[in-house]
Design a protein around this ligand. Sequence first.
Ligand code: FES
Length: 108
Amino acid sequence: MSKFKQHYFVCINARPPFTKPSCGPQNSNQILILLQEEVEKHGLLNDIKVTGCACLGPCEEGPVLVVYPEGTWYANLTLEDINEIVESHMLQGQPVRRLLYDWPENVD
Ligand code: FES
Protein backbone atom coordinates (compact mmCIF):
# COMPACT_ATOMS: atom_id res chain seq x y z
CA MET A 1 0.00 0.00 0.00
CA SER A 2 1.23 3.48 -0.87
CA LYS A 3 2.43 5.86 1.79
CA PHE A 4 0.63 8.64 -0.09
CA LYS A 5 -3.10 9.25 -0.52
CA GLN A 6 -2.59 10.72 -3.97
CA HIS A 7 0.20 10.76 -6.50
CA TYR A 8 0.26 13.40 -9.25
CA PHE A 9 2.32 12.47 -12.30
CA VAL A 10 3.14 15.37 -14.62
CA CYS A 11 4.54 14.50 -18.02
CA ILE A 12 7.70 16.52 -18.53
CA ASN A 13 8.85 14.71 -21.65
CA ALA A 14 10.52 17.09 -24.10
CA ARG A 15 11.08 16.09 -27.71
CA PRO A 16 13.22 18.04 -30.16
CA PRO A 17 11.48 20.74 -32.22
CA PHE A 18 9.71 19.69 -35.43
CA THR A 19 8.95 16.19 -34.19
CA LYS A 20 5.90 14.79 -32.44
CA PRO A 21 4.45 17.26 -29.87
CA SER A 22 5.45 16.85 -26.25
CA CYS A 23 4.53 18.33 -22.88
CA GLY A 24 7.92 19.70 -21.84
CA PRO A 25 7.97 22.68 -24.24
CA GLN A 26 4.43 23.58 -23.10
CA ASN A 27 5.29 24.61 -19.53
CA SER A 28 4.90 21.21 -17.93
CA ASN A 29 8.02 21.74 -15.81
CA GLN A 30 6.44 24.91 -14.42
CA ILE A 31 3.20 23.00 -13.80
CA LEU A 32 5.19 20.37 -11.89
CA ILE A 33 6.91 23.01 -9.76
CA LEU A 34 3.64 24.83 -9.05
CA LEU A 35 1.97 21.62 -7.87
CA GLN A 36 4.97 20.72 -5.68
CA GLU A 37 4.95 24.19 -4.14
CA GLU A 38 1.22 23.95 -3.40
CA VAL A 39 1.66 20.58 -1.69
CA GLU A 40 4.32 22.06 0.54
CA LYS A 41 2.35 25.27 1.13
CA HIS A 42 -0.68 23.30 2.31
CA GLY A 43 1.35 20.99 4.54
CA LEU A 44 0.53 17.92 2.48
CA LEU A 45 4.02 16.51 1.95
CA ASN A 46 3.14 13.34 3.87
CA ASP A 47 -0.09 12.79 1.95
CA ILE A 48 0.46 13.86 -1.64
CA LYS A 49 3.36 13.11 -3.96
CA VAL A 50 3.99 15.10 -7.13
CA THR A 51 6.57 13.88 -9.60
CA GLY A 52 7.54 14.49 -13.17
CA CYS A 53 7.44 11.53 -15.50
CA ALA A 54 8.10 10.49 -19.07
CA CYS A 55 5.49 10.38 -21.81
CA LEU A 56 2.02 9.36 -20.62
CA GLY A 57 0.60 8.78 -24.09
CA PRO A 58 -1.73 11.53 -25.34
CA CYS A 59 1.10 13.81 -26.49
CA GLU A 60 -1.13 15.84 -28.83
CA GLU A 61 -3.17 16.90 -25.79
CA GLY A 62 -0.35 18.07 -23.55
CA PRO A 63 0.52 19.08 -21.00
CA VAL A 64 -0.88 15.92 -19.45
CA LEU A 65 -1.28 15.03 -15.76
CA VAL A 66 -2.66 11.89 -14.16
CA VAL A 67 -3.68 11.51 -10.53
CA TYR A 68 -3.59 8.11 -8.84
CA PRO A 69 -4.96 6.01 -7.24
CA GLU A 70 -8.21 7.07 -8.88
CA GLY A 71 -6.70 7.50 -12.35
CA THR A 72 -7.99 10.99 -13.11
CA TRP A 73 -6.49 12.35 -16.32
CA TYR A 74 -6.07 16.00 -17.20
CA ALA A 75 -4.95 17.40 -20.55
CA ASN A 76 -4.30 20.66 -22.37
CA LEU A 77 -3.30 22.24 -19.10
CA THR A 78 -2.09 25.80 -18.68
CA LEU A 79 -0.37 27.40 -15.72
CA GLU A 80 -3.63 29.22 -14.99
CA ASP A 81 -5.45 25.89 -14.51
CA ILE A 82 -3.25 24.69 -11.67
CA ASN A 83 -4.79 26.76 -8.91
CA GLU A 84 -8.22 25.34 -9.76
CA ILE A 85 -6.86 21.78 -9.67
CA VAL A 86 -5.25 22.45 -6.30
CA GLU A 87 -8.32 24.08 -4.76
CA SER A 88 -10.86 21.62 -6.13
CA HIS A 89 -9.10 18.30 -6.62
CA MET A 90 -6.15 18.33 -4.26
CA LEU A 91 -7.85 20.05 -1.32
CA GLN A 92 -11.49 19.00 -1.75
CA GLY A 93 -11.29 15.75 -3.72
CA GLN A 94 -13.37 17.13 -6.59
CA PRO A 95 -11.77 16.70 -10.02
CA VAL A 96 -12.04 19.72 -12.34
CA ARG A 97 -14.47 18.45 -14.95
CA ARG A 98 -13.69 20.98 -17.65
CA LEU A 99 -10.05 19.86 -17.72
CA LEU A 100 -10.55 16.10 -17.71
CA TYR A 101 -9.13 13.98 -20.50
CA ASP A 102 -11.22 11.12 -21.89
CA TRP A 103 -9.20 8.43 -23.57
CA PRO A 104 -10.55 7.49 -27.00
CA GLU A 105 -12.33 4.13 -27.17
CA ASN A 106 -9.84 2.40 -29.45
CA VAL A 107 -6.51 2.83 -27.69
CA ASP A 108 -4.24 -0.11 -26.97
S1 FES B 1 4.94 13.87 -24.26
FE1 FES B 1 3.52 14.22 -22.63
S2 FES B 1 2.02 12.70 -22.96
FE2 FES B 1 3.53 12.27 -24.47
